[in-house]
Design a protein around this ligand. Structure first.
Ligand code: ADP
Ligand code: MG
Length: 247
């Protein structure tokens, strides 16, 4: 079954056409890396797929048109890192993770004891159990990012959408992060859509690569990407070699 079907998607911000004519499908169990330069429409794509942006074209998520879609509990979303987490932001790491569960509930929106246990287990899984009682604003960027990942994971989503998840991480935590996501994909069959501007490291983990530059420039495997004449024209042969050589 296709998890996602996108046909001729276009998104505008007033005078900017951020995306035009984007068409692709993602099958259950795929791990798609979305790459492209700054401003190429990656965040816009994710936001449109989550029903957060007006768009032209057609988006079908888990078999439902996006405007009729209600199965948000099957979707996990890690937004691009926000700068607003003030030192004094009045929530602990555990409360942030728990909020990933109760914001999907109908009223009354209160967290149950089992919600807290679930959230704690997810934090253990990501090896951040020791952070649970710390105020979120006092954590490092990398720690905050892992807390937000735990929040996106704690309701066992079937589809995970991650927007630049490793920007605030040092190289070692970055590797650990990618391995965690890979294990979710391989062992639990979670479908992953991961946005990054780092083509090389995404190519290493994802089973498919999408290269966006306001429209779809490439969609296929990393091996196909490295052989693609289209990509050689786009980057120049030497830059393409550099990306593929690091693999
Ligand atoms: P990426 O995530 O690939 O860096 P974005 O999807 O954030 O790219 O942005 C794509 C284009 O849309 C950029 O030119 C950006 O400046 C523009 N854009 C993004 N958000 C807005 C907004 N809220 N209002 C107007 N223009 C926007
Ligand atoms: Mg972005």
């Amino acid at each position: 079954m296709n998890v996602l079907e996108v046909k001729n998607l276009s998104v505008r911000y007033r005078d900017i056409e951020a995306l035009s004519g984007v068409t692709f499908e993602i099958a259950a169990g795929d791990y798609v890396g979305v790459v492209g330069p700054n401003g190429s429409g990656k965040t816009t794509l994710i936001r449109a797929l989550l029903g957060l942006m007006p768009f032209d074209g057609e988006i079908t998520l888990l078999g439902r048109k996006i405007k009729d879609f209600s199965g948000w509990r099957h979707i996990g979303y890690l937004p691009q890192k926000m700068a607003f987490l003030d030192q004094r932001f009045p929530a602990t790491a555990l409360e942030i993770v728990v909020s990933g569960l109760y914001c999907r509930k109908k009223f009354p929106k209160t967290a149950s004891r089992s919600d807290y246990i679930k959230a704690e287990n997810t934090m253990e899984l990501l090896k951040i159990g020791d952070l649970k009682d710390r105020p979120i604003g006092k954590l490092s960027g990398g720690q905050q990012q892992r807390v937000l990942l735990a929040r996106a994971l704690t309701h066992d989503p079937d589809v995970l959408m991650l927007d630049e998840p490793t920007v605030a991480l040092d190289p070692r935590s970055r590797e650990a992060f990618y391995l965690t996501v890979q294990a979710l994909n391989k062992d639990r069959g979670v479908t992953v859509l991961l946005v990054s501007h780092d083509t090389g490291s995404v190519g290493k983990y994802a089973s498919k690569l999408m290269y966006l530059d306001r429209s779809m420039v490439f969609y296929g495997s990393f091996e196909e990407f490295c052989k693609s004449e289209n990509m050689a024209d786009y980057f120049g042969t030497s830059a393409q070699h550099l990306i593929c050589h690091r693999h």
